[in-house]
Design a protein around this ligand. Structure first.
Ligand code: KG4
Ligand code: ZN
Length: 347
């Protein structure tokens, strides 16, 4: 079918997302987040996230169906994120999607969360007509749960993982450094806010996996745990010496290090593969500095930059539905009901 009505379920991390699309057109994108429940732990607690999905799923589904102005019985297919992500959280979505598909007698499509982020670019956040993702493209996906660099030649049949973080995700690094600086969770927006008043060149923090010796094996991989430790040590030394910590400068310098390494590697991939397009996705894309530097460096390199609306960059069900709609359009068979959640699902 050309314009299938697809309901997408996303529960890979702390957002319960239900999205409904008709082909490339967004009808609903409803999100419930358990972010606040994780705040006192300073990071997403898998068990807490899974329980929150269970509670939020039905009400979120109802709201999405109402927002879309459809009858649940009218959908052509159910789509669900089967991985990668937190396994208990994924299982809630997968279980719900299977139940829905079986009870409605509709096909089900298990999709990859990372490819879903790329699929988000098909949609117009305001429900206008969508458009195909321009391909090939390099995609840089940065959130609290993942930091991945993809080469996408075809959305449904040719996605290659070029690299990913070997330790913390970029958003996780923001959250941990915020904690070191005494800022509340989630730390990304806080650091971004504080950094606006600081000097990004005040402190030269390390850029992980950018030394020549690291580039052989990890050209497109990321590492943020050394950076986080360097910031913590720098702050500690100040405190031990009884000197004030210049929070704005630390935040700005840290943010600069993260943004620099993310975009250096993304643009290296554009160059190496001769792909003149870069697509950004994930919650860290909200960062003001990553947006600025992305614009500057892509312009300088002659690379076209795509940044979907933030409501489509953060985890959501609409991107999952949109990707499944492409699979259907391309004639892919639905998944058989035997699939399960796979926390390390490859692209
Ligand atoms: O995609 P997302 O909403 O979902 C999960 O990863 O679950 O991303 C959330 C992450 C958090 O780590 C948060 O600190 C980070 O994105 N983040 C930011 C900003 N806004 C959110 N990081 C840097 N700067 C921001 N403005
Ligand atoms: Zn994500």
């Amino acid at each position: 079918r050309e314009n299938p009505l697809v309901l997408g379920i996303e529960t890979s991390c702390d957002e319960t997302g239900i999205g409904i699309v008709r082909g490339d057109t967004l009808l609903a994108n409803t999100i419930a987040s358990s972010m606040e429940e994780h705040a006192r732990y300073g990071g997403v607690v898998p068990e807490v996230a899974a329980r929150a999905h269970l509670e939020a799923l039905t009400p979120t589904l109802r709201t999405a169906v109402a927002d879309a102005g459809i009858e649940l019985a009218d959908i052509d297919a159910v789509a669900v994120t089967s991985g990668p992500g937190l396994s208990g959280a994924l299982m809630v979505g997968v279980g719900a999607a299977k139940a829905l598909a079986v009870s409605l007698g509709k096909p089900i499509y298990a999709v990859n969360h990372l490819v879903g982020h790329v699929g988000a670019d098909l949609l117009d956040a305001h429900g206008g007509p969508g458009h195909p993702v321009e391909l090939p493209t390099i995609a840089l996906l940065v959130s609290g749960g993942h930091t991945s660099l993809l080469l996408v030649r075809d959305l449904v049949s040719d996605v290659e993982l070029l690299g990913e973080t070997i330790d913390d995700a970029a958003g996780e690094a923001f959250d941990k450094v915020a904690r070191v600086l005494g800022l509340p969770y989630p730390g990304g927006p806080q650091i971004d806010r504080v950094a606006a008043g600081g000097d990004p060149r005040a402190i030269r923090f390390p850029r992980g996996l950018t030394k020549p010796k690291d580039l052989d094996a990890h050209r497109y991989d990321f590492s943020f745990s050394g950076l986080k430790t360097a910031v913590a040590r720098w702050v500690e030394q100040r405190q031990d010496a009884g000197e004030p910590v210049p929070v704005a400068d630390v935040a700005a310098s840290f943010r600069e290090a993260v943004v620099d390494v993310l975009l250096t590697k993304a643009l290296a991939a554009c160059r190496d593969y001769d792909v003149p397009r870069l697509l950004l996705g994930g919650g860290v894309v909200a960062n003001a500095r990553i947006r600025e530097v992305a614009v500057e460096r892509t312009e300088a390199a002659g690379v076209a930059l795509r940044i979907p609306a933030l409501s489509l960059c953060t985890d959501n069900g609409a991107m999952i539905a949109a990707l499944a709609a492409q699979l259907i359009r391309a004639g892919h068979e639905p998944s058989t009901l035997g699939f399960s959640a796979d926390s390390t699902l490859p692209v």
